[in-house]
Design a protein around this ligand. Structure first.
Ligand SMILES: Nc1ncnc2c1ncn2[C@@H]1O[C@H](COP(=O)(O)OP(=O)(O)OP(=O)(O)O)[C@@H](O)[C@H]1O
Ligand SMILES: [Mg+2]
Length: 285
């Protein structure tokens, strides 16, 4: 069975997309799910979280990056490298036997998008077609490693990006992390419409688009009321990810392996609960 494909995406920045990808990937991997994380964000946050800065530099020097993967295709229109030659294997700083691999991003990744636009727009492709090209290529890349993974998770950049569009186009499920406040809820309306269109084109229903409440402060009455409104208006995970120091600290790489409980402290149970809900929704039981 091919892997489930899931984009973690929101136009809004700083809502916990990369944190969600990293914690979900680690939790599921510990549970025995074979996970591939693809970093589509030139900020490279999830790459740093899961590979650590030293290995990230090493991978970059060896050309094992998403930019290297797409570069040849954009420059010469020729077939890209094999995805399996560009991956970082056995990433994460959580202990245990697991399959957790990663395609890292680098700041240069933003130029790939620019080159692709400059070149292909001249050849009369529109932005949507360019997105579709990347979606097809990415799908083919996943197909080439499909026996190795149960789940492919895309960490998308904030704002508008061709690669985020491509990820939405090819993903079977979409997770939208959001902070429960007024501005963030407004943002979800328009963004969700975009995601819904992509789902409908593939005859998928809207129960494949899920909102995840992040940075939740239980004592904050605005968070309480906004979380209730989100629940009325969208498909929302029951689990809310709390704002905690330990989750923020988990972003920092540790050279010594630690258990999930050591890494996430009191938040571990919530993170596990979210992973359980996620598995149910995407059919990874
Ligand atoms: N539940 C949480 N509790 C405390 N801090 C958090 C939590 N979730 C995320 N953070 C912190 O908030 C910041 C933004 O998180 P993150 O990078 O995951 O967001 P993002 O949506 O991926 O951002 P961007 O849009 O820039 O990619 C980071 O410093 C992260 O450590
Ligand atoms: Mg991010």
């Amino acid at each position: 069975m091919p892997p489930r494909t899931v984009s973690v995406v929101n136009m809004k920045g700083g809502v916990g997309k990369s944190t969600t990808v990293a914690s979900l990937a680690e939790t599921l991997a510990v549970e025995g799910v074979r996970v591939l994380v693809i970093d589509l964000d030139p900020q490279s946050n999830v790459s740093m979280m899961l590979a650590g800065p030293e290995r990230w530099v090493e991978l970059r020097q060896k050309g094992k990056t998403i930019d290297d993967y797409f570069n040849q295709f954009v420059q010469t229109d020729s077939h890209p490298k094999f995805l399996r030659d560009c991956l970082a294997y056995e990433v994460g700083d959580v202990s245990g036997e697991m399959r957790l691999d990663l395609l890292i991003s680098t700041p240069e990744f933003r130029y790939i998008e620019r080159h692709a636009l400059e070149k292909w727009v001249k050849q009369a492709f529109d932005v949507r077609q360019i997105g579709n090209r990347f979606a097809k290529l990415t799908q083919a890349a996943i197909d080439s490693v499909q026996d190795s993974y149960d789940l492919v998770l895309f960490d998308c950049p904030p704002g508008i990006s061709i690669f985020a569009e491509a990820a939405i186009e090819l993903s079977e499920f979409i997770v939208i992390p959001t902070i429960p406040d007024y501005i963030s809820r407004l943002g979800i309306f328009s963004f969700r419409k975009r995601a819904l269109r992509s789902m409908e084109q593939r005859r998928f229903t809207e129960d494949r688009i899920w909102t995840l409440i992040t940075k939740y402060e239980a004592s904050n009455t605005l968070h309480q009321s906004e979380a209730a409104l989100l629940k009325d208006q969208f498909n929302v995970f029951e689990t809310r990810i709390p704002q905690t120091e330990q989750i923020a600290r988990a972003a920092e790489w540790f050279d010594a392996k630690r258990t999930l409980d050591q890494k996430y402290g009191e938040a571990t149970n919530v993170i596990r609960r979210f992973a359980g809900e996620f598995r149910e929704k995407v059919g990874l039981i």
